[in-house]
Design a protein around this ligand. Structure first.
Ligand code: DAH
Length: 344
């Protein structure tokens, strides 16, 4: 019997070597150590063995069972590995890249400076009770012009070179003031919100102009809102951004959607440089008291409510804050530039 058991084991090993499929391995296993397997078959004649023989046969059969289990496990793993490698060889993924990335060391990403400043400003306004609204990039004539008191014939339409769609009804929004219209339509006064986002203009690019840039619109509507309220919020914003009180001045500025309209300038001095051309007033924040026609287009009675609005250029602010001389760096995708602003 002992000899037969050895034969069974040898036979099992030879057969196992040639198998390449998991299913075949499993059926070989049950044909040997299964309930009706060859080992069980032999053990049936255990009753005819002498007590001494039994003492040997018992442990031996257990040993063989264990060895077979081990061999089966190893074989199944070997087959699985081969299958995975075959699949990887077929796939188009380039795993050599993993090694070259390892060579560079682990690199974590960071937020773009415009995203950073946008989030910072959103937080400042949220802390002052403003909502943060979003609006679509693709707009229509009504939201971009008409509702903002810029009618078809108005010369102000020339101020913004617009990317029109072929239907001449849709366009890429030229400013985030569109969010004012959507904000007014979706809520009842009093309210205050900001709306950040990308805007698009068909411009020739140079150091201070890009076709796609970022603005943050703001609007507050309520009863008896004054220019004093506007200045308060703007000064608070600037103090938070620049971490100090900023000297500001208001100049008259023309925008069809506000009356009166202003340009808010900040007193600016390049760090390290003396007074001279490196310091002076910097135009930063166009704003004004919302025009009654705009309130009306947003479904608000201008006899009862009034408000202020502003449009902050986020790229400009980043450029001032970090002294970047060319707006085109912001969209260049150049990692050498982006890495300087890493923040988590
Ligand atoms: N929408 C204007 C632009 O893109 C900026 C602006 C000016 C927004 C005055 C305002 C505002 O809300 O009151 O040039």
């Amino acid at each position: 019997m002992l000899q037969k058991m050895d034969e069974i084991f040898d036979d099992f090993q030879t057969k196992l070597q040639n198998l390449t499929k998991q299913a075949d391995v499993l059926s070989l296993k049950s044909s040997v150590i299964g309930k009706k397997g060859s080992l069980a078959e032999i053990l049936k004649s255990l009753k005819d063995a002498t007590p001494e023989q039994r003492k040997e046969i018992g442990p031996k059969s257990n040993q063989i069972k264990q060895d077979i289990e081990k061999n089966i496990m190893a074989k199944l793993q070997e087959i699985e590995l081969k299958e995975v490698n075959a699949k990887l060889a077929e796939s188009k993924l380039d795993f050599s890249l993993v090694d070259s990335v390892k060579d560079l060391g682990l690199q974590a990403g960071g937020l773009h400076p415009v995203s950073q400043i946008q989030r910072e400003i959103e937080d400042i306004f949220v802390s002052m009770g403003f909502d943060v609204l979003d609006g679509p990039h693709i707009e229509d004539d009504f939201h971009n012009f008409e509702a903002l008191n810029i009618p078809d014939t108005h010369p102000a339409r020339d101020m913004q070179d617009t990317f029109w769609f072929k239907d001449m009804e849709h366009l890429l929004r030229t400013h985030t003031s569109t969010i004012q219209v959507r904000g007014m339509q979706s809520r009842k006064p009093p309210f205050k919100f900001v709306g950040p986002g990308k805007v698009f203009r068909c411009e020739r690019t140079d150091a201070t102009h890009e076709m796609c840039f970022h603005q943050l619109e703001g609007m507050m509507v309520g009863k008896d809102i004054t220019v004093g309220n506007l200045i308060y919020f703007m000064k608070t914003l600037l103090k938070e951004i620049f971490k100090k009180d900023m000297e500001v001045r208001l100049r008259p500025g023309y925008f069809p959607f506000v009356e009166p309209g202003f340009e808010l300038d900040i007193r600016w001095k390049k760090p390290g440089k003396g007074e001279s051309k490196h310091s002076g007033w910097l135009e930063l924040l166009p704003c004004g008291m919302v025009h009654p026609n705009v309130l009306r287009a947003g479904g608000i009675d201008p006899e009862e409510y009034n408000g202020f609005a502003f449009g902050l250029g986020l790229d400009r602010l980043v450029m001032v804050k970090y002294m970047i001389e060319d707006i085109r760096h912001l969209h260049s995708g150049d990692l050498r530039f982006n890495k300087q602003f890493k923040a988590y």
